[in-house]
Design a protein. Structure first.
Length: 81
């Protein structure tokens, strides 16, 4: 159960990152770019490893499992796998 909740938190963090950042302002329309998803809200590295990557067919969404407890701002449930 803890692993499932933590996976969901990682997925939501990745989804929020992809949705909020979008393409770089200087990028040409339709230009692709790579962005790290397993980062804390302040842009620093997560405080534990991540893995189990899954990418949507269109490449716009990612999901992953992480042991980091600092990827979601305000997360206070204390669940870490």
């Amino acid at each position: 159960m803890q692993r499932r909740k933590h996976w969901a938190a990682g997925f939501l963090a990745a989804l929020a990152t992809a949705a909020l950042t979008g393409p770089a302002a200087s990028a040409a329309p339709g230009a692709s770019h790579t962005e790290k998803a397993s980062v804390a809200p302040d842009g620093t590295e997560g405080n534990a490893g991540s893995g189990g990557l899954s990418i949507s067919a269109d490449g716009r969404r990612v999901a992953f499992v992480s042991g980091a407890d600092d990827l979601v701002a305000g997360d206070t449930n204390g669940l870490v796998t």
